[in-house]
Design a protein around this ligand. Structure first.
Ligand code: CTP
Ligand code: MG
Length: 333
């Protein structure tokens, strides 16, 4: 870990915002790519509806929550109400339907934690994963997209954080680091703490659905909240610096849970997340906004928590002292 804290403080952090903005812009998907994604959704919906007329196909994840980079895979969720078929049966039949529709590289992963069908569409060249009845993911996708519409700095900050996490290899849940979804939640929480974003779930609900016994309710008329954080003028680079400083030096890892549902820090004690239960270790606690028993940090273990905290410190130090943070921050691991 870096220990260079005796050096002078940075007073010129704002000068790096244009550099970070060009990185952000280079990662945003083009309009052409977005229309290809829509085209694929239409093609697949038509094909699947022929067999299952009452089913509905939803886009979710990064291509629908506004936090997706260009050239990322597409996540789709098939909502289907068929009491006679198991999820695995549905996945297998779905694979057959896609075969008949001339889609390529079809793989049915029936034993995965979340069973999916993978495919490639030869017309658009896009690859995608289809899961079944994972409607909470569709709803949390909408929540993230709604937040991104309130203040444009959320999307910019989350893009840079995701890009940093991918470059530094701390965005790999199978290796014990955090999902992109968790990083976006961390950014939302951080901006709530700075009063740049409100807490939509604490406001009078205008959107209300129940999914698998979870009540999902929040204020979704976000166009009315435009300019909410406008009094807070922090630039992108200043926010990035403060974000990493928070996770490097200020977050209390033994006591605290971040919660965008409440817009506050809550205690591990209150959630009974103070000790390891099964494989859930709760070494960094990030509450899911709707599935509140779900800690998005549960994948992190003894080793990866120290990798992760080391990376937060490295990033905070670079933003504070490095003459060229725009390059150094993303140096491959
Ligand atoms: N998701 C979830 N719970 C998790 C992880 C993911 O509900 N613990 C859902 C969310 O709806 C999320 C989607 O799955 O938007 C995809 O998750 P992830 O792969 O982490 O994020 P992407 O936004 O697709 O990011 P990337 O650009 O890295 O593909
Ligand atoms: Mg994804």
């Amino acid at each position: 870990r870096f220990h260079r804290r005796n050096r002078p403080c940075r007073y010129d952090i704002d000068q790096f915002t244009p550099g970070f903005m060009s990185i952000f812009e280079s990662l945003v998907p083009s309009d052409e790519e977005i229309s290809k994604q829509k085209q694929l959704l239409t093609t697949l919906s038509r094909l699947i509806n022929k067999e299952w007329p009452t089913s509905k196909l939803y886009l979710y994840g990064s291509c629908a929550n506004s936090f997706g980079f260009s050239n990322s895979d597409i996540d789709l969720c098939l909502s289907i109400d068929d009491k006679d078929m198991s999820k695995v049966d549905i996945i297998l039949k779905l694979a057959d339907i896609l075969h008949a529709g001339n889609l390529q590289n079809i793989q049915a992963l029936t034993h995965a934690r979340v069973p999916i069908v993978k495919l490639m569409d030869p017309i658009t060249g896009l690859s995608c994963d289809i899961c079944v009845n994972n409607l909470l993911a569709v709803v949390n996708t909408k929540l993230l997209r709604d937040y991104s519409q309130i203040d444009k700095r959320l999307r910019q900050l989350a893009f840079i954080v995701k890009h940093w996490a991918k470059s530094r290899r701390v965005n790999e849940t199978y290796r014990g680091t955090l999902s992109s979804y968790a990083y976006v939640i961390m950014c939302i929480h951080f901006l709530q703490s700075r009063r740049i974003l409100p807490c939509l779930q604490e406001m009078e609900p205008t959107y209300y659905v129940t999914v698998d016994n979870n009540i999902c309710a929040y204020f979704d008329q976000v166009e009315k909240l435009n300019g909410f954080g406008a009094q807070r003028k922090d630039s992108l680079s200043r926010l990035l610096w403060a974000f990493f400083k928070y996770w490097a030096y200020e977050h209390n890892y033994t006591r605290d849970v971040i919660s965008i549902r409440t817009g506050r820090i809550i205690s591990k004690h209150m959630k009974d997340w103070t000790r390891r239960v099964g494989n859930d270790r709760h070494l960094i606690c990030i509450e899911d906004p709707f599935e509140t028993s779900h800690d998005l940090g549960r994948v992190v273990d003894r080793n990866t928590i120290s990798d992760l905290r080391g990376e937060f410190e490295r990033a905070a130090e670079i933003l504070q002292y490095d003459p060229n943070p725009i390059v150094t921050l993303f140096e491959p691991f």
